[in-house]
Write a protein that binds this ligand. Sequence first.
Ligand SMILES: Nc1ncnc2c1ncn2[C@@H]1O[C@H](COP(=O)(O)OP(=O)(O)OP(=O)(O)O)[C@@H](O)[C@H]1O
Length: 300
Amino acid sequence: MKRELRLEGVGRRYGIHGPWVLRGADLDVTPGTLIRVEGPNGTGKSTLLRLLAGIDAPTEGRITGRPRTAYVPERFPAALPFTASGYLTHLGAVHGLTRTAAARAADEWLERLGAAGYARTPLSELSKGSSQKVAVAQALLAEPELLVLDEAWTGLDAAARAELERAVAERTAAGAAVVFVDHDPRRLSGVPDATYTVIAGSLNRRTDSVTSVVSGPHVVVEAEGPPDAEPPAEAAGLSTSVRRTAPGTTHFTVPESHSDVLLRSLLGARPPWHVVRVSRAHPQDAAESAVDPLHTESRR
Ligand SMILES: Nc1ncnc2c1ncn2[C@@H]1O[C@H](COP(=O)(O)OP(=O)(O)OP(=O)(O)O)[C@@H](O)[C@H]1O
């Protein structure tokens, strides 16, 4: 069973007389959800993420229901005495993979992130961007139930940034929770299930979710399945809206970053769905489908 991480009245301060950096934080991290955390610099976002990742403990309050967790820190300790693949294989084994499975997962992730050429390079000799790819790979290789990303896109090239967005979609589709901070407001725009702000040590949920549903590039995937079949659950879960347009024909509106994963889930369904067309969504399509409950079954 997947565990739900829960923060109750969590506070953190550094040193007995230090100021409270975070206070009274309540948060449920439900499996399968994507949560964005935002706020001005220095307000406690990284502090919250370290608590969520389990590498720091609250000064007050409770954290319960720890899932298998992986974390990409804001600053990755790159000067460890390993090659990239040696380090990832070692960490995979720490996460419970056999050495063979860990080595395979390490190679796969380095390949996906465009860093296969650096597999044998010592970590201390990697550029900042390549080192960040290793930081991302170490978090993804053991398929965590909770993935915590603190500015994980920073320093990555465009292809690796897109790959990380795909990996986030894969994790949530697989039922994992993902919590992220990113300075770019366009990052995964329109995708998060919830956005929280940390301002002056206080954690609050943003409620203007309709705006975020319709922002960011979306695509519409038209697919045909058996006439009476429900859309595959994973595909529906990835979509901001699911609309049946004719018997057997369904339009899935999905953030662009999630389209590959959606296509894979449709083609991999049993029986498989046939993808008829993929087109760019017009903003009004996303808006209409997101707010029209008569024609839409929307998760968000
Ligand atoms: N280990 C620590 N020891 C002492 N103070 C700390 C420590 N970590 C964070 N702080 C302080 O806590 C406050 C919040 O820092 P934190 O890094 O959590 O904020 P942030 O919102 O992530 O900032 P940024 O956007 O700049 O990364 C800051 O005043 C920071 O100096």
